[in-house]
Design a protein around this ligand. Structure first.
Ligand code: NAD
Length: 485
């Protein structure tokens, strides 16, 4: 047990409704001040096997409860999350360095919604039957079995519950492997789920590194679905590990999304949307880090974004006044620094920032805006995952669209224009799972979410989640062969 921000956290795994210890552990370091928060039990193949076995054992009874029975319990889990919102917010902030004010107002309410929304959705889920040549076709959603969920550190609890919610609502049981850089709220979620009456083995949490705890889970023959959120290189390794068992995969990966600003745009709105990209110190998969601005407004727009970004307050994320916090870890900090250093050496110009924030010790990298990056260079093509924006200009619509689509990713694209016709036209041409027009980050949980290209495989949200977490079954009834009973 450790205490973080006044909240007691069990450092052991949660398997089959019990706390389970390991002989090995891993350290948890806070990005805020690089303080060692404690050591957590580190799973290997044995604990993972124990968790999958527990999930398999719990599956038949959980599936048999049906959407209404499951929904009642999942809504109690949501209530428990609401009751402990402040604890969850404080612990998540301490653990991954993202803003406390965001957790309080946006993230933790969404975490609860991940359970309520999909509990409601499962109860209404139905596919219209069909009559084909006199045969009735009935389409139903059967639970698939055990779902393995592996998540990253940038929004640990939100991203975990965005899968756990629909997977459990669909009637599956779950083994979660939270990120080793920010594992704490997963342990609290296990407590909350238990107190809400979630039966033993329905949700299991195994902690540890990707190599030691994640890898055995991905190759385990007892899993029926694998949902992974993380980086492209890890996705490749996981896909290969899961392949022999032919496990269906849902991958939500990285991005290098554009923010396309046309000369007819509402400039205040465009500047707001650009500055919003510094949220979570740029550690956001959806972030629109490539600012593409039409030439006539480029100078004014850029000057205004730089001025606004310069005024952002960087510091401790527990302070409500802070806008930009620290990067997650020392290796990640060095990675971000390397990207910017190489870009500057390659001819890019820093309009703002361009290095660590030397007034703050630790993992604080200054909000950075780069111009004149060499076309095709890595700063324009690779995911930096830090507070780093690039600015490029385009002459006309065709060039803007071409530059926006010049990426191997395709998670999101945002465009800002005052013309409804242009918005229709350009949005159709953009290659991305989500296109935002004059807005950013808003989305209903019923809508599909996922990426094109290297940004992922599949879509989740609403029916799309149930298509993935269920075995969708078609039963064809013949009009012939009935006996009077
Ligand atoms: P990562 O790929 O390094 O790790 C993600 C998770 O995978 C962690 O839990 C890690 O322990 C685990 N893992 C690592 N190696 C593994 C292996 N061999 N087998 C099984 N599991 C393994 O990613 P990260 O650095 O934690 O997160 C940042 C990345 O996540 C970025 O690329 C970001 O864009 C992406 N991301 C995507 C979305 C989305 O919805 N598309 C959301 C958030 C983050």
């Amino acid at each position: 047990m450790i205490e973080v921000e006044g909240v007691k956290i069990d450092t052991r795994h949660w398997i089959g409704g019990e706390r389970v210890a390991s002989t090995r552990s891993f350290p948890d370091i806070s990005p805020i001040d690089e303080r060692h928060l404690g050591d957590l039990d580190a799973a290997g193949a044995a604990e993972v096997d124990q968790a999958v076995t527990a999930a398999r054992a719990a599956f038949p009874a959980w599936a048999a409860l049906g959407p209404t029975g499951r929904g009642a319990i999942l809504r109690r889990v949501a209530d428990g999350i609401d009751e402990r919102r402040e604890d969850l917010a404080r612990v998540e902030t301490r653990d991954n360095g993202s803003l406390l004010r965001s957790h309080r107002r946006g993230v933790m309410p969404r975490v609860a919604m991940n359970f309520r929304f999909f509990a409601d959705y499962a109860e209404k889920l139905a596919h219209p039957g069909m009559e084909v040549r006199g045969h009735r076709e009935r389409i139903t959603y059967d639970p698939a079995g055990v779902t393995a969920i592996i998540t990253p550190w940038n929004a640990p609890l939100m991203l975990a519950t965005w899968r756990i919610g629909p997977a459990l609502a669909a009637g599956n049981t779950v083994v979660l492997k939270p990120p080793e850089w920010a594992p704490l709220t997963a342990s609290l979620l296990a407590d909350i789920a238990h107190e809400a009456g979630l039966p033993a083995g329905v949700l299991n949490v195994v902690q540890g590194t990707g190599a030691e705890a994640g890898a055995p889970l991905t190759r385990h023959p007892g899993i029926n679905r694998l949902s992974f959120t993380g980086s492209v290189p890890t996705a490749g390794v996981i896909a290969a590990a899961a392949a022999p068992n032919v496990v269906p995969l849902s991958f939500e990966l990285g991005g290098k999304s554009p923010l396309l600003i046309f000369a007819d745009a509402d400039l205040d709105l465009a500047v707001d949307l650009a500055v919003e990209q510094f949220d979570n110190a740029g550690q956001v998969c959806l972030g629109a880090f490539r600012l593409l601005v039409q030439e006539p407004i480029a100078e004014e727009f850029t000057a205004r974004v730089v001025e606004r970004a310069r005024a952002l307050v960087q510091g401790d994320p527990r302070d409500e006044r802070t806008d930009v916090s620290a990067l997650i870890s020392r290796p990640h900090f060095e990675r971000v620094r390397g990207f910017v250093d190489r870009a500057l050496a390659d001819g890019a110009r820093a309009l703002l920032g361009g290095g660590p924030n030397t007034s703050l010790n630790g993992l604080y990298y200054s909000p950075t805006i780069l111009a004149d990056a060499r076309p095709g260079s890595e700063i324009l093509t690779e995911e930096v995952f830090g507070p780093v924006l690039t600015v490029q200009t385009f002459a006309d619509e065709d060039e803007g669209v071409r530059m926006a689509n010049e990426t191997r990713f395709g998670l999101a694209a945002t465009l800002v224009t005052g013309s409804a016709e242009k918005a229709e036209r350009v949005s159709e041409k953009l290659s991305a799972g989500t296109v935002w027009v004059n807005c950013f980050f808003v989305r209903d949980l019923g809508a599909p979410f996922g990426g094109n290209g290297k940004s992922g495989i599949g879509r989740e949200g609403g029916t799309y989640s149930f298509d993935f977490y269920c075995d969708v079954k078609n039963t064809v009834f013949s009009p012939a062969g009935w006996r009077e009973s």
